[in-house]
Design a protein around this ligand. Structure first.
Ligand SMILES: NC(=O)c1ccc[n+]([C@@H]2O[C@H](COP(=O)([O-])OP(=O)(O)OC[C@H]3O[C@@H](n4cnc5c(N)ncnc54)[C@H](O)[C@@H]3O)[C@@H](O)[C@H]2O)c1
Ligand SMILES: *[C@@H]1O[C@H](CO)[C@@H](O)[C@H](O)[C@H]1NC(C)=O
Ligand SMILES: *[C@@H]1O[C@H](CO)[C@@H](O)[C@H](O)[C@H]1NC(C)=O
Ligand SMILES: CC(=O)N[C@H]1CO[C@H](CO)[C@@H](O)[C@@H]1O
Length: 333
């Protein structure tokens, strides 16, 4: 068997982590032959809760799980990491202004970026989940200058999976038969779920989603708003935000980084924009369609973009530019 790899989950006492840790520890992400050491970071007041999570992980008696390290110290949590999943962030509190919330998150991700820079392996793969995920990811990458920017990504796979599932349910087929939906932009209600390049497999034959769904009004209207508003709908129903589905999406995202995407298939990920793709401004973490090989992602280039799509892609980019500029002003102080 291989040597164990070191995997960090932050926000480890929270509700997403509660679903996520079991999947990681049983081999769903890094493979059934890959032993693991799990590092679990949370804030000091949550350490007693974290101890309960550690006990449960031990009680799962999982063969791949070699060690679990709960901690509130960055120098312990970020040491020699192979993968980091940054779930913990500052939640919005009653009466808190957007600006103050962003400022608090810049402080957290600046510090965690610096810890990655100082303690983690230079090949570490970093996935940012805590909101605002795109901007937190950018701040983390900027604060870890010795690690390539390509090694940082943020989660839009949950939105991707939601889009896939909506199309599949509409066609009455399994989600597997729907491929290559795209989430463009920010992980927020301005994201653009795009099905112009989506393939639906019917009786073994790939067809464009528009031809199979046969309802352009739905695909250009309610489909988009359902995916954009899905997070809010789950909160309204459950009184808690998406956790099971978020954990599943994190696993899909990190597994694809680790083992690659299937031939002919692309997935959505927030990755660094260097200004060379689809007119998206540079120096943003923007969700694009990507393929992954040998632990390296590549933006899928050359997809045709019509005016309807272009306008939506620009709107979500504008939101990210504004958020980035505010965040960077906090970074300096
Ligand atoms: N990108 C996405 O698709 C997506 C989807 C769902 C949720 N989210 C976000 O994921 C985050 C976590 O969601 P949750 O439901 O698990 O929340 P939660 O409140 O249940 O758990 C968050 C945990 O993070 C911890 N934490 C806070 N600051 C920390 C820090 N500086 N270092 C380490 N730990 C810290 C908290 O103590 C808490 O235990 C939220 O920001 C949520 O908005 C993102
Ligand atoms: C971008 O999306 C995040 C969620 O990741 C949200 O919190 C943030 O407000 C959005 N940005 C702007 C400027 O609206
Ligand atoms: C895979 O990536 C590694 C490290 O980035 C590199 O050394 C290696 O040559 C790559 N292999 C292939 C087949 O591209
Ligand atoms: C996912 C990704 O792009 N990983 C890169 C991380 O950085 C190393 C170099 O340290 C590259 O080889 C990987 O391709």
């Amino acid at each position: 068997m291989a040597d164990p790899i070191r995997v960090l989950v932050t926000g480890a006492a929270g509700q997403i982590a509660y679903s996520l840790l079991y999947s990681i520890a049983k081999g769903d992400v890094f493979g059934k032959d890959q032993p693991l050491i799990l590092l679990l970071l949370d804030i000091t007041p949550m350490l007693p809760v974290l101890d309960g999570v550690v006990m449960e992980l031990q009680d799962c008696a999982l063969p791949l799980l070699r060690e679990v390290v709960p901690t509130d110290k960055e120098e312990v949590a970020f040491k020699d990491l192979d993968a980091a999943i940054l779930v913990g962030s500052m939640p919005r509190k009653e009466g808190m202004e957007r600006k103050d919330l962003l400022k608090a998150n810049v402080a957290i991700f600046k510090s965690q970026g610096a810890a990655l820079d100082k303690y983690a392996k230079k090949t570490v793969k970093v996935l940012v989940v805590g909101n605002p995920a795109n901007t937190n990811c950018l701040i983390t990458a900027k604060s870890a200058p010795s690690i390539p920017k390509e090694n940082f990504s943020c989660l839009t796979r949950l939105d991707h999976n939601r889009a896939r599932s909506q199309v599949a349910m509409r066609c009455g087929i399994p989600a597997d038969n729907v491929r290559n939906v795209i989430i463009w932009g920010n992980h927020s209600s301005t994201q653009y779920p795009d099905v112009h390049h989506c393939k639906v497999s019917v009786k073994g034959e790939d067809k464009p989603a528009f031809d199979v769904v046969k309802d352009d009004t739905w695909l250009k209207g309610d489909f988009i708003s359902t995916v954009q508003q899905r997070g809010a709908a789950v909160i309204k129903a459950r009184k808690l935000s998406s956790a099971m589905s978020a954990a599943k999406a994190i696993c899909d995202h990190m597994r694809d980084i680790w083992t690659g995407t299937a031939e002919g298939e692309f997935v959505s990920m927030g990755v660094y924009s260097s200004g060379n793709s689809y007119g998206v401004p540079d120096d943003l973490i923007y969700s694009f369609p990507v393929t992954i090989k040998n632990k390296t992602w590549k933006i899928v280039e050359g997809l045709e973009i019509n005016d309807f799509s272009r306008a939506k892609m620009e709107a979500t980019a504008a939101e990210l530019v504004e958020e980035r500029d505010t965040a960077i002003s906090f970074l300096a102080v």
